[in-house]
Design a protein around this ligand. Structure first.
Ligand code: CDP
Length: 210
């Protein structure tokens, strides 16, 4: 079974998806981390972020991998911590908007999801990467709550700068941010993580073959 979890930054995708995967004994795939790692590598190598074909080639040559501890690797480097920096937050959408880059990433995401029993988190999972996912969820929350959650993860960045970053990223991601047909939409503004996980777990159990 595939569980697709989409939604904007700060809606709670990562925390919910990780905890859900743990409960179900499923694997967890963070597709945002893949775009982040590619962005890190491109910046590290001085590749201009408007060069779609160069970036797609880079993505082909250096597949992102996840180890057993869930650490993120690209080109022989553990980038788990570096991909969460504000400079990466700001540039990922620039890299992720190129269709040739998305082609490479989506193909790889489908391969990683192919074995099934996986929770996949991103922006276009229910719509494009895994439209046949048995369970599709779209998480959202008020923008002020999303900014506050992100602030807790990025204590080094000022609140105003962070709110601006979030708004700019929402705008660049907007083209890909829509709920898939048949997705369960959950507003997490006033919900605890475990309440959200409970709701999704119920959907999974309903759809799991007896
Ligand atoms: O955790 P947060 O939502 O802030 O970000 P993320 O899931 O790590 O994704 C980072 C960025 O990667 C997003 O803002 C999108 O620009 C891009 N992304 C995408 O285009 N498609 C995906 N399936 C996942 C991420």
């Amino acid at each position: 079974m595939i569980v697709a979890i989409d939604g904007p930054a700060g809606a709670g995708k990562s925390t919910v998806a990780r905890r859900l995967a743990e409960r179900l004994g499923f694997r967890y795939l963070d597709t945002g981390a893949m775009y982040r790692a590619l962005t890190w590598l491109a910046m590290n190598r001085g590749i201009a972020l408007d060069r779609a074909d160069d970036l797609a080639r880079l993505a082909m040559e250096y597949p992102v991998t996840f180890d057993d501890q869930g650490r993120v690797w690209i080109a022989g480097t553990d980038v788990t911590a570096s991909i969460r920096q504000a400079r990466i937050d700001r540039q990922v959408p620039v890299v992720a908007r190129h269709p040739p880059v998305r082609e490479v990433m989506r193909e790889r995401q489908r391969q990683l999801g192919a074995e099934g029993d996986v929770v996949i988190e991103g922006r276009d999972i229910g719509t494009v990467v895994a439209p046949n996912a048995e369970v599709k969820v779209y998480l959202n929350a008020d923008v002020s709550v999303r900014a506050r959650r992100r602030q807790e993860e990025r204590p080094d960045i000022g609140g105003d700068a962070l709110a601006t970053d979030l708004r700019l990223r929402d705008e660049s991601d907007a083209a890909r941010m829509r709920p898939a047909a048949g997705a369960e939409q959950i507003d997490t503004t006033a919900l605890q993580v475990d309440d959200v996980v409970d709701q999704i777990e119920r959907l999974v159990r309903e759809r799991q073959p007896a």
